[in-house]
Design a protein. Structure first.
Length: 222
């Protein structure tokens, strides 16, 4: 697996490519089970690259699917705020009073390609009535570190190895390069996708959004 800090990625690594995450304090829930949070969640990348590690996942508009988004990292897209409810990842926005509300689009997986037994799925967010027709209710959190973070996973058949993959995007390159998030599954040996890195995704409860000095991003109603 190639490192995301290879010379071919110099442009991505050179400075102001990504929107910076705000170093706001976080509020953690008193209780949180595997499939239900009822809180605003921010998902961040765990990687071996200083360029992408600890970056908040963003919603990048999908030009191929009306009302849809890619999950990834870029310079300008809003941070994904979400509500984990009934094993579904529901995207959220903030109203003019800084209160969270469900936007409607939810997270889903869509098979991108399959190479030598490794299936790579695009992680996208869209209103399920548009596609794929029903809400994906197979997401769950695991762990629960002392700092209030949890790992995000998708349910798969027993014996299937699975996890997130972060790749340099090979499409929709305007206004600049970006990273696209995938979920992969395989039975034995993973395929080496070029310019990709296996990463973790962790969830933390979002910052105190009522604090005017603490802007966590996301969609904001006008």
């Amino acid at each position: 697996m190639k490192s995301l800090t290879s010379p071919s990625l110099a442009l991505l690594a050179a400075g102001t490519v990504f929107a910076q995450s705000s170093p706001c304090p976080f509020n953690y829930p008193a209780t949180l089970n595997a499939t239900q949070s009822h809180n605003g969640l921010i998902f961040t990348i765990i990687s071996g690259s200083p360029v992408t590690n600890n970056r908040a996942i963003q919603l990048r508009p999908n030009p191929y699917l009306e009302g849809g988004f890619f999950a990834g990292l870029d310079a300008t897209s809003p941070v994904l705020l979400s509500n984990l409810a009934d094993a579904a990842v529901k995207s959220q926005g903030r109203d003019m009073y800084n209160q969270l509300y469900d936007l409607g689009p939810t997270a889903y997986l869509n098979l991108r390609d399959e190479i030598n037994g490794t299936r790579r799925y695009t992680v996208g967010v869209v209103n399920a009535t548009t596609w794929p027709g029903e809400v994906d209710r197979q997401w769950y959190l695991i762990g629960g570190a002392p700092d209030g973070t949890y790992g995000l996973y998708h349910d798969v058949p027993i014996g299937v190895v699975n996890g997130f993959l972060l790749c340099v995007a090979d499409h929709d390159l305007e206004p600049g390069p970006w990273y696209q998030l995938f979920y992969d599954m395989y039975d034995y040996t993973p395929t080496d996708f070029p310019e990709c890195e296996y990463v973790g995704v962790r969830a933390t409860v979002s910052a105190t959004i009522n604090n005017g000095e603490c802007d966590i991003g996301g969609f904001v109603a006008s």
